[in-house]
Design a protein around this ligand. Structure first.
Ligand code: PLP
Length: 367
């Protein structure tokens, strides 16, 4: 008998067989190379430290031993965070390699068949990506016309999908606004599972629900040092009741926060006045930037409580405006092609006054 000829597997057929279809359908988080463009696409603080502070930091690093693993609990750093960020004594702290990793750990701790994550839409794109990679379903509930939580729709979606996790971004990326506090509280009260309030932009909003943690036993808050001016360090923190954090901690890889991050973040927090002063300057410049943008015709500018500004251009022109701004040396973020109200929008990070001036000139030319 002649055996049927079976083709040897190729990488493509193996990938098709073994990589989950939902992962194959994903697009990886794309970070365009900055080349020598003015980088206003990633909500970074544009300022570095004064030279004397850099010297002092480098001196601190002399004492670091790289042959040993870091403190797995980062006890000293947690003390520093507690002091610098006014974290209530009754709450625990869990650290991540950026707040992205905390989102991943939280998802891993709840993931299971039929479980879903619910967020408003549009919001931070990693909530959807991490839900998919951790095997969770994802439900996005459109925000209302003011980019605020659509409470009836959100309550109905929570009733229908019973999400294990709800992520609320406060202020919301990419719209820049703070949701009404009463709506946030209504979502927390109705959620069947855990609500994660992501306060990544707290340094620019100054508003927080940290004091409300003792009142809600299904609320945790995440913050990051990235937006304050330490994006290169990769340090995020979750604050909440010990019972929740103990469980989520089980999904954390050992030694996830390097010794260089621990020592450098501790040092930076001891000198936080420098970072706070930079944040104040950025907030003042944000208002000037919004005013200058609003004075340009064919641009709708949204108010912001963060270090970025969302704006809308004439229908169908977002790609062209983005490319024209880029050709004048400024890199921002385009949402062209996104579903819903974001489709004609772009987002710009507040930079130094010179960078903002270059952006405004480029925008004026581009529209
Ligand atoms: C809302 C929000 N959360 C979290 C992050 C990620 O922060 P980290 O650098 O701490 O991973 C971002 C980054 O843009 C963000 O916008």
């Amino acid at each position: 008998m002649i055996k049927p000829v079976t083709q040897p597997p190729t990488p493509a057929t193996r990938i098709e067989q073994w990589i989950r279809p939902e992962i194959r359908a994903l697009s990886a988080y794309h970070v365009p190379p900055p080349d020598d463009l003015i980088k206003l696409d990633a909500m970074e603080n544009p300022y570095t430290w004064p030279p004397a502070l850099v010297d002092e930091w480098l001196e601190t690093l002399r004492g670091v031993t790289l042959n040993r693993y870091p403190d797995p609990d980062a006890a000293m750093l947690k003390q520093g965070l507690r002091r610098a960020l006014d974290i209530p004594d009754a709450m625990d702290i869990l650290l991540g390699n950026g707040s992205d990793e905390l989102i991943q750990m939280t998802n891993l701790a709840v993931a299971g068949p039929g479980r879903v994550v619910l967020t408003p839409a549009p919001t931070f794109s990693m909530y959807r990506i991490i839900a998919t990679t951790t095997g969770l379903g994802f439900v996005g509930v459109p925000l209302d016309a003011d980019f605020d939580i659509d409470l009836p729709a959100t309550l109905a979606a929570m009733e229908a999908h019973r999400p294990a996790l709800v992520y609320l971004d406060y202020p919301n990326n990419p719209s820049g606004n703070l949701f009404q506090e009463s709506r946030v509280k209504a979502v927390i009260e109705a959620a069947p599972g855990l609500v994660v309030l992501d306060e990544a932009y707290y340094p620019y909003a100054g508003r927080s629900l940290m004091d409300h943690l003792p009142r809600y036993d299904n609320l945790v808050i995440i913050r990051t040092l990235s937006k304050l001016g330490l994006a290169g360090l990769r340090l995020g923190l979750m604050v909440g009741a010990r019972a929740w954090l103990e469980e989520i901690n089980k999904a954390r890889l050992p030694y996830n926060v390097s010794v260089l991050t621990q020592v450098s973040a501790e040092f930076a927090l001891r000198n936080k006045t420098v970072l706070d002063e930079q944040a104040r300057r950025i907030c003042a410049d944000r208002e000037q930037m919004i005013e200058a943008m609003a004075a340009i015709g064919n641009v709708t500018v949204y108010p912001s409580h963060a270090n970025f500004v969302l704006f809308r251009v004439t229908e169908g022109r977002a790609v062209q405006v983005y490319e024209r701004i880029k050709s004048q040396g400024v890199l921002i973020r385009s949402f062209a092609g996104s579903e819903g109200p974001l489709g004609d929008c772009l987002r710009v990070t507040v930079g130094t006054p010179d960078e903002n001036k270059a952006f405004i000139a480029a925008l004026r030319q581009a529209v």
